[in-house]
Write a protein of this length. Structure first.
Lengths: 409, 112
């Protein structure tokens, strides 16, 4: 039995709390971008995950993701209800901390991932449909994908793909699901002709700040130990966020003549997304390149939906999909065993094959998540209907789904 | 009795209030409004999506005065609200049939 380490345990528990805080941060980030009649409906679709997914995770999600491997595809059901998950470590994962801490930490990832998707169908989905979709998605998409990439025996992990903190499992999978959802749920009434400007950008900026803060737990915590690697991932994360903000700001200034607030806060999130798979494998200069590239690429990517005609309302595809894919590929370029001996060398260190493996993991993630999400949404649509009625959509989700108004003036 | 409605630039509110009280106005109703005239709106950009906002924020003042005061009040408003740039606003003058002070029941000019 591995030895418990108090430093590692303290660090992982704090990291779990930091990642937990990202979900309310995301709720504010998204809520501010919604129109004022939909701010509570949008907040709820993120915040409610803390309730819903936590319970799913305890009941069976953790077991499906991290239980003993079945066919390289899924965990078994031996840890249903957290049976056997206690104060001792699991020798396969985070061998120096109580398995309960590892379970809680991973649970926070399972909470925020489906919350990210909700940006794509904001302002028009029935709450009931949203709940059914989330239950199915966490069970059928998230838990298997977490197992593929992080589970001992998972097929993507066995390929040798590198994903330090969840670029594929969290960001690419949620973005592929977001694209499927934007198509399956359909455009908002009046999109893109009417005015869909954000109703409260200070709320969005605060949310982005909370996301940045929480991301230290997300990325540095993924070292699963307190030490040099965690510090390296922490620093790479911070640098990439900074460079992402600068990149988007420059792109804004070139295209429109002025940097926008929404652009600045979107840029830091793009940088954070892109560095997520790379954080524990790359050095500071690579982090600057990754962040800047993400700022530029995501700035461009958020305009694509207007050309292709899908209403990804809050740009999950443009930021998390493009940023996530860029980060996964950049990991294949910049990864270095000098930073993390347990990782691999990338293209710049003379190993071109890693880039191919990274690309394969990206494609597999997109294909699986897109198809599975689309199928789930079709079933939910048949069962309860995905969208609120057109009249209801005009009134807004705050009143129609929750009998509340955010602002009484 | 006349009602003077003035649409002005919001930042001119204090100046106009001082100018009309100086010529004897005892009460003003002010509202934040939006509208458009010859002054065009502006463009807002959110993640590259451009929205043209036609309606410009203004303040509307409503002042009821006796006929004898109309010219001096209109002059006071026009003088203090003017910047000389497009979008300074407009003043409308109309007849008022009656005025009632709710507290006392006074009517007409006494109630202004």
């Amino acid at each position: 039995m591995a030895q418990l380490n108090t430093g590692d345990t303290a660090f992982l528990l704090i990291s779990a709390a930091l990642v937990m805080f990202m979900t309310p941060g995301l709720a504010l980030f998204y809520g501010g971008m919604a129109r004022r009649k939909n701010v509570l409906g949008t907040l709820m679709q993120s915040f409610f995950m803390l309730g819903l997914v936590t319970v799913l995770w305890v009941l069976f999600g953790y077991s499906l993701a991290f239980g003993p491997d079945k066919w390289h595809l899924i965990g078994d059901l031996s840890m249903v209800g957290l049976r056997g998950v206690g104060q001792l470590p699991n020798k396969d994962y985070a061998a120096t901390v109580p398995q309960l801490a590892f379970m809680a930490y991973q649970g926070m990832f399972a909470i925020i991932t489906p919350a990210l998707i909700t940006g794509a169908f904001a302002e028009r989905m029935k709450f009931k449909a949203f709940v059914l979709f989330t239950i199915a998605w966490v069970t059928l998409v998230y838990a298997p994908m977490a197992h593929w990439v992080w589970g001992v025996g998972g097929w993507i992990r066995e390929l040798g793909a590198l994903d330090f903190a969840g670029g594929t499992v969290v960001h690419i999978s949620s973005a592929a699901a977001a694209l499927a959802a934007a198509i399956a749920v359909g455009k908002r009434a009046g999109w893109p002709k009417e005015n869909f400007s954000p109703h409260n950008l200070p709320m969005t900026a605060l949310g982005a700040g909370i996301l940045w803060f929480g991301w230290f737990g997300f990325n540095a915590g993924s070292a699963l130990s307190s030490g040099g690697l965690a510090a390296s991932a922490f620093v790479a994360t911070h640098i990439s966020a900074a460079a992402g903000m600068i990149g988007w700001g420059i792109a804004d200034a070139i295209k429109h003549g002025k940097p926008t607030t929404l652009g600045a806060v979107s840029g830091c999130v793009a940088g954070l997304v892109a560095v997520t798979p790379a954080a524990g494998f790359v050095g500071p200069m690579a982090a600057i390149v990754i962040g800047l590239a993400a700022g530029f690429a995501c700035f461009w990517a958020v305009s694509v939906k207007f050309k292709l005609g899908y209403d990804d309302s809050l740009d999950v595809v443009g930021v998390h999909g493009v940023g996530g894919a860029l980060g996964a590929l950049a990991t294949g370029i910049f990864a270095s065993k000098a930073i993390n001996p347990a990782g691999a060398d990338g293209l710049l260190a003379g190993n071109a094959s890693l880039l191919g493996i990274q690309a394969l993991s990206v494609v597999a993630t997109i294909a699986f998540s897109f198809i599975a999400t689309f199928a789930i949404l079709k079933v939910v649509d048949l069962a309860v209907g995905l969208r609120v009625s057109e009249d209801t959509e005009q009134v807004g989700l705050d009143l129609s789904e929750h009998d509340e108004a955010a602002y009484e003036l | 009795m006349k009602k003077i409605e003035a649409i002005i630039k919001p930042f001119k509110l204090e100046e106009v209030k001082d100018a009309v009280t100086a010529v004897g106005v005892k009460g003003i109703t002010a509202s934040e409004i939006q509208g458009f005239g010859r002054q065009s709106g502006h463009t807002e950009i959110y993640r590259g999506a451009e929205y043209t906002v036609d309606f410009v924020p203004k303040v509307k003042l409503e002042i009821v005065v006796e006929d004898s005061m109309v010219d001096s009040v209109v002059e006071a408003i026009a003088g203090s609200a003017k910047t000389g740039k497009i979008g300074d606003g407009k003043i409308f003058v109309s007849d008022v049939g009656d005025v009632i002070r709710i507290r006392t029941g006074e009517r007409g000019a006494d109630a202004i």
